[in-house]
Design a protein around this ligand. Structure first.
Ligand code: HEC
Length: 256
């Protein structure tokens, strides 16, 4: 190539670049519902025009040389930015936000339960507000929780876009290590009876397991009304309970 042409060859790519349409950055977005992001538009030639292929999925507004995008619901939409020289597109993907199930936990000391994380984005991390009350470990999308001491702790699970907090209540031992879901007043009242009738009424002085709710309730009402309540153990024990409490106890013991 003749020496004189060299500067001209160097100039060509610069000229070609100048003639291109506006550029967008970033050219793709991955968001969760409610999340907002900004796309910068540079090298604009003339007036900008913005179109959004699906404004149910995300809203997009043009402000100067910026596009403000707010994700609305899971799906995808394409934003097109047009200037005098051409069109550039921004692909917006909205994924459902991470969820953790169940949203709260109540378990006995020594009992184990699990939390399952759905739709995580990126790497998950776990924070435990009180490692003295619960032990929690994260493996894959599952958090294994173990009750260590009675009290409360909060587990916070975070992915790259959001976080979820799960309150954990650890109840005192004696529940046989069972996970307690939907604790009832009857259970608390009936735990008193286990000292003499075994756990869940399994034995002791008299086995209660296997009796029906109405059988147990009838006996409890008889004991409570017994005029010998100063000498009979059961009659003495039942003084002071309301009839509603007796019903709750009978209901629980018939189906512990
Ligand atoms: C201090 C020990 C003690 C406690 C606590 C106790 N019981 Fe009893 N229970 C007994 C004894 C002893 C008998 C059998 C003798 C009698 O009738 O007093 C009995 C008998 C019964 C019977 C009759 C069983 C049958 O099939 O004939 C029922 C029902 C019963 N208890 C329910 C309860 C419930 C419910 C509680 C808790 C609210 C409770 N007991 C707490 C000692 C206890």
């Amino acid at each position: 190539m003749p020496k004189k042409l060299a500067p001209l060859v160097l100039l060509l790519p610069l000229v070609a670049f100048e003639a291109l349409a506006a550029t967008v950055s970033p050219s793709s977005l991955s968001l969760i519902p409610g999340q907002a992001a900004t796309v910068a538009v540079t090298s604009i030639q003339g007036t900008l025009q913005l179109t959004n292929s699906n404004n149910q999925v995300a809203s997009a507004t043009l402000s100067g040389a910026k596009i403000k995008v707010t994700a609305k619901t899971a799906g995808s939409t394409t934003l097109s930015v047009k200037d005098r020289k051409g069109t550039k597109t921004v692909k917006v993907t909205v994924k459902p936000a991470m969820t953790v199930s169940p949203q709260s936990l109540s378990l006995a000391v020594g009992a184990t339960a699990t939390l399952t994380v759905s739709n995580p984005s990126g790497t998950l991390s776990l924070r435990n507000s009180d490692a003295g009350k619960v032990a929690a470990t994260l493996k894959g999308n599952v958090v294994t929780v173990k009750g260590k001491a009675a009290g409360n702790a909060t587990l916070t699970i975070r992915d790259s876009k959001s976080s979820r907090s799960v309150p954990v209540q650890v109840t005192g031992g004696g529940g046989g290590g069972a996970v307690v879901i939907g604790n009832t007043a009857g259970r608390l009242l009936a735990s008193n009876c286990f000292q003499c009738h075994g756990t869940y009424g399994s034995g002791g002085f008299e086995k209660l397991l296997g009796e029906t709710e109405s059988e147990i309730l009838e006996e409890l009402r008889e004991y409570q009304a017994d005029p010998d309540f100063t000498t009979d153990i059961m009659a003495a024990h039942l003084q002071g309970y309301t009839d509603a409490q007796l019903q709750a106890i009978a209901k629980y013991l018939a189906n512990p």
